[in-house]
Design a protein around this ligand. Structure first.
Ligand code: GLN
Length: 452
């Protein structure tokens, strides 16, 4: 813990942390030491973690990357973080993120941009984004400030930053981890997961985070397997689906090549690649960018200047709401609220929201059909390597294209694993994604180990 706190202090230029909690970290490390001496070590005893600032932490500032939560110190602890502390983990602090987890570059945070510790070989000055929305989580793990971090993933926010920063990230099956105490973005898509240096670490940490929670009615009461014990390295006979619809325009040639190589590596380990079709893939981005903003516009209605954080004083209640929300939310959040309110409004609901819900079912059905033939599906994690600040940033639609390979998984509620598999010619990490059957994270992790 001491060494990680030093690394944190030495790398403040990354802007990965919103709140550092060194005293808490040392106290937790001390307590975990005592438990170990008493022979009661947990699965994550003494492991220093960075916690995405979307997880409510009791008595510790929780901002969701937003101005509107200024000064918000929850009186409760999220179930996932409580599970981690129970397993002996130590909190280093709360890490930066896109505002309310909306973004793919960590550039929408009220608390400033986060730097990716990786640099292009030819241009060491260009500041690369860490991806988003779990940008501080990915950056702090890649920079060896934290041994691992929590992330959340609504449309790729664990897997895309993991790929950009050369680390492992898994979005578990919807319902595997409790959402209780995590600031909600799009409740039917949000899921917490680990961001780690290796697949083995991800297996250990997921085991500690997961489990049924009566406080979240969508958390599923199913046993959590020993993911680490499942890492046998034996994938002989496994069928790997290669979906032809994921060969999209704008994919970098290096990533396309790596995708083919990934299939070869799995084949060399005894698996069989099979071409499959997920015919509704092309509707996934527009479907996601209707459903996620619709749910967000409803979830974000609670930030009214009365209950949480920021309040801009005014003469009337209505004016106070307006001024508080105008000052408290950033541009991307306002854009999502506008889109969400529009697609849910009478007269447009059938044309947008209802159609998006139907497409969501078709996308999920594509996967159900595919998993009759294969055990896991292999795709790239992102269409490109990490980009520089400024690239993509003035065109929201170009930014949304980052999520082309990841959003389908959230729409279908399935688990997705991003594994760093190679370096680009510019020396940047490139990630591959494995998609699994519902509640079959064990198979994903086992196959993922072959790719890392
Ligand atoms: N980049 C996507 C978005 O902006 C996904 C975010 C997420 O998974 N939280 O909505």
């Amino acid at each position: 813990t001491q060494a990680h706190l030093e690394a944190m202090a030495a790398q403040r230029h990354l802007n990965a942390f919103i709140t550092e909690t060194p005293e808490k970290a040392l106290a937790m490390a001390e307590a975990s030491d005592q438990r170990r001496h008493a022979g009661k070590a947990g699965a994550m005893d003494g492991i220093p973690l960075a916690i995405k600032d979307l997880f409510c932490t009791e008595g510790v500032l929780t901002t969701a990357g937003s101005h509107i939560l200024d000064g918000f110190k929850p009186t409760y602890e999220s179930t996932v973080t409580a599970n981690l502390w129970k397993a002996g983990a130590v909190m280093l602090g709360k890490v930066n993120m896109d505002e309310f987890a909306m973004g793919s570059s960590n550039m929408t945070s009220y608390h400033g941009h986060v730097a990716n510790p990786w640099k292009r070989k030819a241009d060491k000055n260009a500041m690369l984004v860490p991806g988003g929305s779990s940008g501080g989580s990915a950056s702090s793990v890649a920079a060896r400030i934290a041994m691992a971090a929590t992330g959340t993933d609504t449309g790729g926010s664990i897997r895309q930053p993991a790929a950009f920063c050369g680390i492992v990230g898994i979005k578990p099956t919807y319902g595997r981890c409790s959402r209780w105490g995590i600031v909600a973005f799009a409740s039917s898509l949000d899921q917490a997961g680990p961001m780690t240096r290796s697949v083995e670490d991800a297996a250990i940490m997921l085991g500690a985070m997961a489990g049924h929670d009566p406080k979240d009615s969508t958390s599923v009461d199913t046993p959590v397997p020993d993911f680490r014990a499942g890492l046998t390295g034996d994938i002989r006979g496994m069928k790997i689906g290669i979906p032809k619809e994921y060969r999209v325009d704008g994919m970098s040639p290096e990533i396309e090549k790596l995708w083919g190589q990934g299939a070869e590596w799995l084949k060399a380990a005894g698996a069989t690649p099979v071409e499959i079709s997920l015919p509704h893939t092309k509707y996934a981005l527009p479907t996601y960018y209707i459903i996620a903003p619709a749910e967000a516009s409803s979830n974000l209605a609670r930030y009214d200047g009365v209950r949480f954080g920021l309040r801009v004083p005014a003469d009337s209640l209505d004016e106070m709401y307006e001024l508080t929300r105008a000052a408290g939310f950033g541009a991307e959040v306002k854009r999502r609220i506008l889109i969400g309110t529009y697609v849910l409004s009478a007269g447009y609901y059938d044309a947008y929201y209802l159609r998006a819900q139907r497409l969501r079912s078709l996308i999920a059905r594509d996967f159900t059909e595919a998993f009759k033939q294969v055990d896991v599906i292999l795709t790239p994690a992102t269409p490109t390597a990490a980009f520089a600040e400024g690239e993509n940033s003035d065109d929201p639609v170009a930014m949304y294209l980052n999520d082309v390979f990841t959003v389908t998984v959230n729409l279908a509620g399935l688990p997705g694993l991003s594994v760093p598999a190679a370096l680009s010619g510019e020396g940047l990490p490139l990630g591959l994604q494995l998609i699994g059957k519902a509640f079959d994270e064990a198979t994903l992790l086992k196959a993922g180990q072959v790719l890392e």
